[in-house]
Design a protein around this ligand. Structure first.
Ligand code: PLP
Length: 405
């Protein structure tokens, strides 16, 4: 008989991963379901990356690498980050097995028992789990109408125990993207209160309309911010390889040295084959091809976004718009207010609505409560056009024929 640790009792399986796996298993078993749950691209990685990884296997790149990753890869990641006006050296990069591990180890480096970390109230739920695992306290910051933290709201959450701020731009699940001005204001606050910034930029290649801005690049406007920021990014979304597990933290050398020790204790290096594959793709000679890949995928996702937004806006329920849709500026999710469906017919919570849509309409979405707001559901548009059309049709038919009770 085991008695479990307190942390094992507190942390629950990821709601989003569990439901996506369940809905996918129903589909695999033959049920006619359109999945809007995926947190991963449905298209292929760049051909060059696949070939480079195969090459690494054929050339027996099977050994451990340095805990922080292959030196050349770290140099090339530093070079890639210059596109966001970030200036890191190889010694300021730590490569990890996915962004999740990069974040978790970064929090282990920064957070002590009882330390408080400010996060956007509507956010990827894993942040709260990670901070809790470190013995810290996740403190939600209220958001403005565009789902962004403001210095005014952040000030309300700061206490003598506040240690760090999480920024996630573009955001999962809202798609909110912070402007340069907004990041400058947050950076000033971080410097004023000496708060570390953990900036999760995993969706940086999926910003529609204008370029991505990294808070650590704003050193000229806010002296000190670069060296207070851990910039975290990875290849799961941008290169469509979530299963390969590759993420990294870019931060001042003293943070990276601590990460070396912690990662040496809990994980060692990221998979060697993946590291050598990525290293090849990030070579200067492939820059143009890589940028073309990003641009092609961005355009594809934008057209899907527009199609899903237009389709959802048309759907009515009992003479009123069924959903209130805000158009995301980044990432590949729609954060959709579905409070109008909270009624005796569909249930009182976003989980009830999610379950009805799955069981009665054949559509899988993720409940908003997994991200901190029960009035919403999340649609992923990393889903092909035909499925989006089919899903919209199913939803329309279902809501138009559903009988109120
Ligand atoms: N950060 C955010 C905001 C995410 O949405 C996700 C995955 O959905 C991750 C991190 C995890 O990334 P990785 O697959 O590299 O661990």
């Amino acid at each position: 008989m085991f008695t479990f640790s307190r942390r094992a009792e507190i942390i629950k399986p990821s709601a989003t991963l569990t439901f996506n796996a369940y809905a996918s298993s129903l589909k695999k078993a033959g049920r006619d379901i359109v999945l809007f749950t995926a947190g991963q691209p449905d298209y292929d990685p760049p051909r060059l990356l696949l070939e480079a990884a195969k090459h690494a296997i054929d050339h027996e790149k099977h050994s451990y690498t340095a805990v922080l990753g292959d030196k050349t890869l770290r140099e090339r990641i530093a070079s890639y980050l210059t596109k966001y006006n970030l200036t890191y050296k190889e010694s300021e990069i730590a490569v990890s097995s996915g962004v999740k591990l990069a974040l978790a180890n970064t929090f282990l480096v920064l957070i002590d028992h009882g330390d408080e970390v400010i996060y956007p109230r509507i956010a990827w739920g894993t942040y709260i789990d990670m901070i809790t695992l470190c013995g810290g306290k996740a403190v939600a910051c209220e958001l403005n109408e565009q789902f962004k933290m403001t210095p005014q709201e952040m000030r309300k959450t700061i206490t003598p125990r506040t240690k760090a701020i999480i920024i996630n731009s573009p955001s999962n699940p809202t798609g909110a993207v912070y402007t340069k001005h907004e990041l400058i204001e947050i950076a000033k606050l971080a410097v004023e209160y000496n708060l570390s910034v953990v900036s999760d930029e995993i969706y940086s290649e999926t910003v529609y309309g204008h370029g991505h801005i990294s808070i650590a690049s704003l050193e000229e406007e806010v002296p000190g911010i670069r060296d207070m920021t851990c910039t975290i990014n990875g290849a799961s979304k941008s290169l469509a390889i979530p299963g390969w597990r590759l993420g990294y933290t870019a931060a001042p050398e003293n943070v990276i040295q601590k990460l070396d020790a912690i990662q040496g204790a809990d994980a060692s290096n990221a998979p060697s084959i993946v590291q050598f594959g990525l290293s090849e793709v990030l070579k200067d000679e492939h820059k143009v091809a890589l940028e073309a890949y990003f641009e092609e995928k961005r355009q594809l996702l934008q057209s899907r976004r527009d199609m899903l937004v237009a389709g959802l806006q048309e759907i009515e329920y009992e003479g009123k718009p069924a959903f209130d849709v805000s158009i995301p500026e980044g990432a590949f999710y729609l954060w959709v207010n579905s409070a109008h469906l909270k009624n005796p017919r569909y249930g009182a919570t976003s989980i009830d609505i999610r379950d009805r849509l799955l069981n009665e309409a054949g559509i899988a979405v993720t409940e908003g409560s997994a991200f901190g707001d029960d009035d919403y559901v999340r649609f992923s548009f990393a889903t092909d056009q035909k499925d989006i059309e089919k899903g919209l049709q199913k939803l329309k038919t279902y809501l138009n024929t559903a009988v109120s009770v």
